[in-house]
Design a protein around this ligand. Structure first.
Ligand SMILES: Cc1ncc(COP(=O)(O)O)c(C=O)c1O
Length: 390
């Protein structure tokens, strides 16, 4: 039996050495590197993507204090919704297309008078049509957040994702393209609209540095990279301290340890994107041999970070996850969407999320690994002989 796991980050000895050698200047150096791929007016390194969203929203409120709705794709992670609510604003969920990106038809018909900002995501790395949305935001005095949390170093029409709105954001938490550690180990606010440079600098000038340094790096390594060896320790830890509650993440500046590790990783950004692309190409190549298997997203010629496969009617993602695990394959479920229940604006998001599962796309994967995954998936769904549902 093969053992094929999801990958939460590509860390090697370089990152660990960098963590030990980190200095205060590491953040400045990492910022300089990021600016080379970001095409923005200014860039502020924070502890997370959600902090970057919060700082952006604060600056928008200063300029247009009478508006309070924030349009957000109905398929998104909790962190984005929390950031909006934490700023005392109101998330307005808009349904998504087959790529899980915001669907424009609905927005074009909405009354937008009370909309302060629209958050556009590039779900799993698939670019949204920002040009189309920026026509709407510009004619309605709405700010645009180009949320490139999941993917860095990818451009559309020569413009990097993240540089296309009034502000952009990156996250460097686990499972993103560049990884500084567990959630809270890094994020960036890209300021693209010059009128926002001063407000965002003022809002962040007196922030303290995050304490998510070496301990957090160790936590990431033991939770995600060395899980095979540390599983028993964490199992007993959870039994002894079953309800350890994590403190709510406050907005702070990135810790130099995280910056140093990200700086070390930066030179491998192209290699990471290229390696993932190769794995996706293997799936595309082999797919024609599996008539029952289909991808959720349109992945042709795209740099994606997560590959999603459709499930047949009658099988729940949980069932498939368990069956795949029994075959040695780690998969991941869709985000929980607590806001989607009974919300007509979240119908598509809910339908896709309940009929999909993420399969590994890992650098260095071989054709035999992908074949193994697809063989096992086909075998599991064949036991339930109903057609693909979405
Ligand atoms: C699209 C998107 N935006 C924002 C975030 C928040 O990033 P962070 O976890 O660094 O706060 C995430 C995290 O998964 C995300 O996927």
């Amino acid at each position: 039996m093969k053992n094929v796991k999801l990958k939460y980050g590509y860390w090697g000895s370089k990152e660990f050495i960098a963590a030990l050698q980190a200095q205060k200047t590491s953040t400045k150096l990492f910022k300089e590197k990021l600016l080379t791929i970001s095409d923005c007016e200014d860039l502020i390194l924070l502890n997370s993507g959600r902090s970057a969203i919060r700082v952006a929203l604060k600056s928008f409120k200063q300029i247009r204090p009478h508006k309070e709705n924030i349009i957000v794709p109905s398929y998104t992670c909790n962190a984005v919704v929390d950031a909006i609510v934490d700023e005392g604003l109101n998330p307005l969920f808009i349904d998504v297309d087959e790529n899980l990106n915001l669907s424009f038809e609905v927005i074009e018909k909405l009354d937008l008078t009370n909309v302060l900002a629209i958050i556009i995501e590039h779900a799993n790395g698939i670019p949204s049509d920002i040009k189309r949305i920026s026509n709407i935001t510009q004619s309605n005095e709405i700010f645009l957040i180009d949320d490139a949390a999941q993917i860095q170093g990818v451009s559309i029409n020569g413009k990097p994702l993240g540089s296309l709105g009034d502000v952009g954001i990156y996250s460097f938490a686990q499972s993103k393209t560049l990884v500084g550690g567990i959630s809270g180990s890094g994020g960036a606010l890209l300021i693209n609209n010059p009128i926002l440079v001063d407000p965002c600098q003022q809002l962040t000038a007196s922030l303290s540095v995050s304490d998510n340094g070496r301990i957090a790096a160790l936590k990431f390594a033991t939770t995600y990279l060395l899980e095979k060896y540390t599983y028993l320790i964490s199992y007993y830890y959870r039994r002894i301290f079953p309800k350890t509650k994590f403190a709510k993440m406050e907005i702070s500046l990135i810790n130099p340890v995280n910056s140093a590790m990200l700086l070390a990783q930066f030179s491998r950004l192209k290699y990471i994107l290229e390696g993932k692309r190769k794995a996706v190409l293997l799936y595309m190549k082999l797919k024609s041999n599996y008539p029952k298997i289909d991808f959720v997203q349109d992945i042709k010629n795209k740099d994606i970070i997560k590959l999603l496969i459709k499930l047949p009617i009658g099988l729940t993602p949980d069932q498939i996850k368990i069956s795949m695990k029994q075959e040695g394959i780690q998969t991941r479920l869709a985000y929980d969407l607590p806001w989607a229940t009974n919300n007509p604006n979240c119908k598509n998001a809910l339908k896709i999320a309940s009929h999909m599962i993420e399969v590994p796309i890992v650098i260095g994967m071989e054709e035999s690994d992908v074949k193994y995954i697809l063989d096992k998936f086909q075998m599991i769904i064949s036991e339930n002989d109903t057609p693909i549902s979405i």
